[in-house]
Design a protein around this ligand. Structure first.
Ligand code: GLA
Length: 657
């Protein structure tokens, strides 16, 4: 189990470093992410490096038994760089150059930025690759976090090259983007630009490719650094820290290039249900590399600084959220950051070692958690723990939130999280995967809401899943376009229609809350009467039978949820986006129909249960004590149990026999 945080010794005089190491040992710290923002200190001028101080820090940590996850420090270019090369700065869609004075002020596709970053990484890798204290490489930091797109001259040039490499000929590009519309036909790749400020809506194919390009540019930066580290002879795992459901980077694609998937997560302690969305994020990350433990690279011990208001974590909440990670497949938790900064934009951001020192609640909680993690035996990697998959696809996310749709109110992640919360309340383990990963040997029930863009392989996997005996709950606004964000011949649901036994005539957009027109679409089914929102689609039955019908409104009496026997499985199609209570009721019904059992039966909804191989983690997010029947070995207490009693924020990890 790794335990620790970002360590930024360059913020402190050297005398503090020895105290840091002593305190780290006291807190049970095993590993720190070192020097993430140290570029200006490591390289005071082009061609000039200063590693002497880093040598001393790494040696000090190593002597103290603290392993180093060594950062490549390329996330915040030093001031000399933009002075010499202002062209490395990124540009917004409105043409505003984003200047220095903050961080991440670089154009990811800039050849100059890439050259300078590679020079730093080469020097670092060659110097430290064989240091016994360096156990992991932390490439850059949160790629794209503050820079969701870039329209700099470097980006224009790179986008043209990217488009040319993807399509080969201008004719193929014109075909893919449907440029016959609005006189957008290109006659040379030199005419292609990023979708920056324009009088009206952009070409959707271009928008989608720009999202792909943006993710690819950031990934190229990562891969460039990774190659340099490998070329220097590295044998340590290499990673960069993800941010859960982060739209600009297609993480499932990136995960192939990570030796270990690492994640940063900051659930809002003011949101009573944020632990469920946190669990969604853990499961999303866990699903990216099945069977390979992941690492929580950053969380916060207490209050943040970057929300409009920054509530502290309640006593015990930090440990409970940490154990949520462990229970859902992490082999360690780290924090931003080790020692609270004295100056700078994040000085109010809580840390492991608070500004107010060691006589604080946070310090007591930090040391207690360190001791608990140290006492845990190795845990199973955890595979095939989930029988339910929630389909999440980045390309579909990009396309479904493109403008000019029947409803422009659809928030893809919010829809997915709503379904996830319903499953989480029922203590069911869920994998969150792209459609291509769906197989009937892995899953009994698959939910595919708003899977607007569907690739042929994904469609084939979902079709086979039903044919082979799975239960698929799809829709609404699913299987609408291909990879170009264009309609296919034959209407909608052209690939999944066979399995679902329906087609769609109209998407039936509903009014925004408070606006004129029908805003809600109630439906009646075996799960009671629930509320649909955003869309009430006009479904045409082509072999399927209605399970639920709309009541009142423009679709009154029409099918709202359909069922179709296909091969040895069942295809359900839902024609609306249910509200929270509706998703809850429908998920409960679908789980029962698909015969999916919870990790533990009979728990209150505020008690979370997760499975990792034969280890069950239970966490009480409620405000009163709960006793849970759970037989096995309590791994924290080191005793056999038949029940565990959990105080608020209490948790137990029990190895089932
Ligand atoms: C991100 C960054 C850290 C820090 C934290 C603050 O996760 O990686 O450097 O800024 O946010 O919460």
């Amino acid at each position: 189990m790794h335990y620790g945080g970002d360590y930024n010794p360059e913020q402190w005089p050297e005398e503090v470093w020895a105290e840091d190491v002593a305190r780290m040992r006291e807190a049970g710290v095993t590993m720190v992410s070192l020097g993430i923002f140290a570029w200006s200190r490591l390289q005071p001028a082009e061609g000039e490096f200063d590693f002497a101080w880093l040598d001393r820090v790494i040696d000090l940590l190593h002597e103290g038994g603290i392993a180093v996850d060594l950062a490549t420090a390329t996330a915040s270019p030093p001031p000399w760089m933009h002075e010499a090369y202002p062209e490395i700065l990124p540009v917004t869609a409105d043409g505003v150059t984003l200047g220095p004075g903050s961080r991440q002020h670089y154009a990811p596709s800039s050849p100059i930025y890439r050259r300078l970053a590679s020079e730093l990484v080469t020097a670092l890798a060659e110097r430290y690759v064989n240091h016994p204290g360096v156990v992991m490489w932390h490439v850059n930091n949160e790629y794209g976090c503050h820079l969701h797109e870039d329209h700099s001259p470097a980006a224009q040039e790179a986008f043209r090259a990217w488009v040319e490499a993807r399509y080969g000929t201008v004719e193929a590009l014109n075909e893919a983007w449907g440029t016959a519309f609005w006189s957008q036909r290109y006659t040379a790749f030199s005419q292609v630009r990023t979708p920056a400020a324009a009088p009206y809506s952009h070409n959707p194919g271009q928008l989608l490719d720009f999202k792909r390009f943006t993710s690819d540019m950031l990934l190229e930066c990562y891969l460039m650094e990774k190659e340099i580290i490998l070329a220097a002879g590295a044998t340590q795992p290499i990673t960069t820290n993800f941010m859960g459901p982060f739209k600009p980077a297609n993480y499932p694609q990136w995960a192939e290039h990570m030796d270990v998937v690492t994640d940063d997560a900051y659930p809002d302690p003011d949101e009573p249900e944020s632990f469920r969305d946190a669990a969604f994020q853990r499961d999303l990350i866990r699903s990216m590399k099945p069977g390979v433990p992941w690492l929580l690279m950053e969380q916060v011990t207490g209050a943040l600084n970057w929300r409009p208001t920054n509530a502290p974590k309640a006593p015990g909440q930090m440990a409970a959220l940490s154990m949520q990670c462990i229970g859902r497949g992490a082999d360690g938790v780290l924090f931003f950051q080790w020692r609270q900064s004295r100056a700078g934009a994040e000085k109010f951001h809580a840390a492991m070692l608070p500004h107010a020192g060691t006589g604080t609640r946070i310090w007591r909680e930090v040391t207690a958690l360190g001791a608990e993690l140290a006492a845990l035996p190795p845990l199973p990697a955890g595979t095939a723990d989930a029988r339910v998959a929630l389909v999440m696809d980045w390309e579909s996310w990009w396309a479904v939130e493109s403008p000019d749709h029947p409803s422009n109110m659809l928030d893809y992640v919010a829809v997915l999280q709503r379904w996830y919360r319903a499953l989480h309340r029922r203590h069911v383990m869920v994998d969150i995967v792209p459609p291509e990963r769906v197989t009937v040997s892995d899953y009994s029930l698959v939910l595919a809401p708003a899977l607007y863009l569907l690739r042929p392989e994904g469609a084939a996997a979902l079709d086979a899943f039903v044919a082979d005996g799975g239960h698929l709950l799809a829709g609404p606004f699913t299987d609408v376009v291909d990879e170009r964000d264009a309609f296919l011949d034959g209407g909608f649901l052209t690939r999944l229609g066979a399995a679902l036994g329906v087609s769609i005539d109209d998407f039936g957009a509903l009014a925004r809350p408070g606006a004129a027109g029908q805003g809600e679409a109630p439906l009646d089914g075996p799960f009671g009467t629930v509320t649909g929102t955003l869309l009430a689609e006009e479904v045409v039955l082509r072999g399927a039978a209605p399970v639920a019908t709309f009541v009142t409104g423009r679709r009154d009496g029409d099918a709202a949820l359909t069922e179709h026997a296909y091969g040895s499985g069942v295809g359900w199609y839902l024609a609306t986006v249910p509200d929270e209570a509706g998703a809850d009721a429908i998920a409960g019904w679908a789980l029962e129909r698909a015969g999916v059992a919870p990790v533990l039966a009979g728990l209150p909804a505020t008690v979370e249960a997760a499975q990792r191989g034969n280890v069950v983690t239970v966490i009480n997010h409620g405000d009163s004590d709960v006793t849970v029947a759970l037989a096995g070995r309590d791994l924290l207490a080191g005793v056999q149990v038949t029940t565990v009693t959990l105080a608020p924020y209490g948790y137990a990890l029990v190895e089932r026999l």
